[in-house]
Design a protein around this ligand. Structure first.
Ligand code: GCU
Length: 329
């Protein structure tokens, strides 16, 4: 985790690196840096890496992308700020982080809005989110496309949670957004917002009773070591968003912009495929390391979170988007 001073130093170093890169290689290869908060084995890393290779090929080497994994450039909140300021060019950040800028994004991560992965893929590969994605331009970055991060479920330290009553008093880490805190409340527990990199230690030290995430992240970050009870609440399918700095993309030639946008969109299909192929592997790794997976009757949780959906859908744009997404299921 970067403290304020380290963040400033990182920003300065990256800004200098970028401008030097532009100055000396303007006619050759433009370097692009992307921030990612998980490992190089994560399907999202692999899909973005593939995007970078194709971009390099299809622009005859004019662009070269390096992805910094494992929160090397800070947590998602810090990474998004680096993209906004132009210190780095791209990042993958979870939807709730962008929702902090424009609440309309909250619709994408409402509890139980998708029927399952097929429904989510239909939404992300259609053009129904184009206007929403372009709306972030006024904050200095553009959302190029969305990646799946599967369905999130609860995992805890002491015992499985299969009911709202089991959630009582449990301090569960959530991503840094108010919607995620409210979601935990409607599930019966207490949401504690923090960056991903701190979660393992916080559970280990007893600051948290658990967290909630998809199976791949659970295994990727070895959280089964500190919270071995994974309970399939499948309460939310959060989008992860591939974001790019405005000035950077605007400075590209129109034809290179077309290539970049097209490849970004196509990388979503790649990512869904890798993701879906990797879930069972992640479960097997977690089980081999002592985790147990428990099925949960989700109906009571759905019922309890229904008022939250209603509370969050206030603006006409949000209601319209909600209806469009539901109609694709
Ligand atoms: C998922 C998601 C990430 C997010 C993480 C988290 O892994 O894909 O974007 O950062 O959850 O809980 O922080």
């Amino acid at each position: 985790m970067l403290n304020k001073k380290a963040f400033k130093v990182a920003t300065l170093a990256l800004t200098l690196g970028t401008s030097i890169g532009f100055a000396s290689f303007a006619s050759a290869t433009t370097e692009m840096k992307a921030a990612f908060n998980q490992s190089k084995f994560n399907p999202q890393y692999l899909a973005l890496e593939d995007f970078g290779q194709k971009l390099n090929e299809q622009t005859d080497g004019r662009y070269h992308l390096t992805i910094y994994a494992n929160e090397l450039l800070g947590d998602q909140r810090a990474s998004l700020e680096l993209v906004q300021s132009g210190a780095i060019q791209m990042a993958i950040v979870a939807n709730p982080l962008v929702e902090n800028y424009n609440s309309d994004f909250g619709v994408l991560a409402l509890p139980y809005i998708y029927n399952g992965p097929k429904h989510q893929e239909a939404v992300y590969t259609s053009n129904v989110l184009d206007d929403l994605f372009a709306s972030s331009k006024k904050f200095g970055f553009e959302v190029l496309t969305a990646y799946t991060a599967g369905a999130r479920s609860m995992y805890t330290k002491k015992a499985p949670v299969t009911s709202i009553a089991d959630m009582k008093g449990q301090k569960i880490r959530v991503m840094q957004s108010d919607t995620m805190i409210s979601m935990l409340a409607c599930m019966g527990g207490t949401g504690v917002p923090m960056g991903q990199g701190e979660v393992y230690t916080a559970i280990q030290q007893g600051v948290l009773d658990g967290a909630e995430n998809n199976e791949i992240t659970y295994a990727d970050l070895k959280h089964y070591e500190v919270a071995p009870f994974y309970s399939r609440t499948r309460h939310v399918m959060v989008a992860d968003l591939v974001v790019i700095n405005n000035d950077f993309i605007d400075a590209m030639t129109p034809s290179d912009q077309v290539i970049l946008r097209k490849l970004a969109k196509e990388s979503t299909t790649t990512e869904f495929t890798i993701w879906n192929n990797n879930i069972s592997k992640a479960i097997a790794v977690a089980k081999a390391n002592g985790a147990t997976f428990t099925d949960v009757d989700i109906a009571p949780f759905q019922k309890s979170c229904k008022p939250l959906q209603e509370k969050l859908l206030v603006k006409p744009a949000q209601i319209a988007l909600f209806k469009t997404i539901r109609s694709l299921g």
